[in-house]
Design a protein. Structure first.
Length: 320
């Protein structure tokens, strides 16, 4: 059973009386009357982060990926609540000092405040973050319009390559290894775009599970399809060089998740505005596709119009 089947079968009915729950099919809870926006994320060692050898960096990854849920909705987070389960080794005095220092740095960087949390003793290390923001509107999923452009911020694939380096599945020189590991632990979330996103985005989602997987979630309640332009999907110069150096395939790297970039749709009339904001805010924003009606089959094409097949669409939460 996958995540969505589980939610539909056991939990959807519990939220039916609350419009703010958004049918349990969006990134956040949004109570418009109280201007309250909330997201909750849980992270398990060995699943959501590789290990706890670098607690200072791991906690940065956790905080950034958590507030990313609000940022992609056009909402700046204000408070976060942090709960953790771990043993005396994970929560040693030295590790806790590093965690505290990193949290202070993230609070300063993203203008957020710790509101509370909980700690539990366990030999299984995990963290849960609740992020809270305030806004009178958000950008929803499933609000794309036929012929909308598809955009993504930043570059894709750097975090996944960082994971491969950490797992010793690929050998690179020190400079490249450092670059990709940094992108794994410190995703380049687009905080400065948040207050502009509402100006042009018709729908949005953050890329946590993978480009294709998350794109399909973005339109999963609509009778829409998509066309992606494979060659337009942005990757960094460093990733491109590794692809050439190691004879890798771009299609096996761009939908692996953990990017925490913003995928959004927008009317084509906004192209100049988006270019302007991209330039003035110094944020890479790339037009990578189009929303089509359901008579078209969703597809990924190269510059010659040939179909590209990506077998692994992204991370799949399954409960078997």
């Amino acid at each position: 059973m996958n995540e969505f089947d589980l939610i539909k079968k056991y939990f959807s009915n519990l939220a039916k009386k609350s419009k703010a729950s958004l049918n349990l099919n969006d990134d956040v809870f949004f109570n418009k009357l109280n201007k309250l926006v909330v997201s909750v994320d849980t992270y398990i060692e060995g699943n959501h982060f590789i290990n706890f050898k670098k607690p200072d960096l791991t906690i940065k990854k956790i905080i950034r990926s958590s507030i990313s849920d609000l940022l992609c909705k056009g909402v700046k987070p204000k408070y976060y609540f942090l709960s953790g389960s771990g043993n005396s080794k994970a929560f040693s005095n030295n590790n806790l000092k590093k965690i505290s220092k990193s949290l202070k740095e993230e609070q300063t960087k993203y203008n957020i405040i710790l509101g509370g949390g909980d700690t539990v003793y366990s030999n299984k290390l995990s963290f849960t973050v609740t992020s809270i923001g305030f806004s009178n509107k958000i950008i929803y999923r499933n609000r794309s319009i036929i012929n909308d452009d598809l955009y993504v911020t930043g570059n894709l694939g750097d975090s996944f390559l960082g994971l491969l380096v950490l797992k010793n599945k690929i050998k690179l020189n020190k400079k490249l290894s450092t670059y990709f590991i940094n992108h794994y632990y410190k995703p380049d979330i687009k905080y400065s775009l948040t207050d502009r996103l509402n100006k042009f985005a018709t729908s949005s989602i953050d890329l946590s599970d993978g480009l294709i997987s998350d794109l399909e979630k973005l339109i999963n309640k609509q009778k829409n399809s998509y066309k992606l332009f494979f060659d337009k999907i942005p990757i960094s110069k460093n990733l491109n060089s590794v692809i050439n150096l190691k004879n890798l395939s771009k299609k096996n790297l761009i939908s692996k998740g953990d990017d925490y970039q913003i995928l959004f749709t927008s009317n084509s009339k906004n192209r100049d505005l988006i270019k302007k904001i991209s330039s003035t805010r110094n944020i890479k924003i790339t037009r990578i596709g189009k929303i089509l009606n359901s008579t078209h089959k969703s597809s990924i094409i190269d510059r010659y119009g040939h179909l590209i097949k990506i077998n692994n669409k992204g991370y799949n939460h399954t409960f078997d």
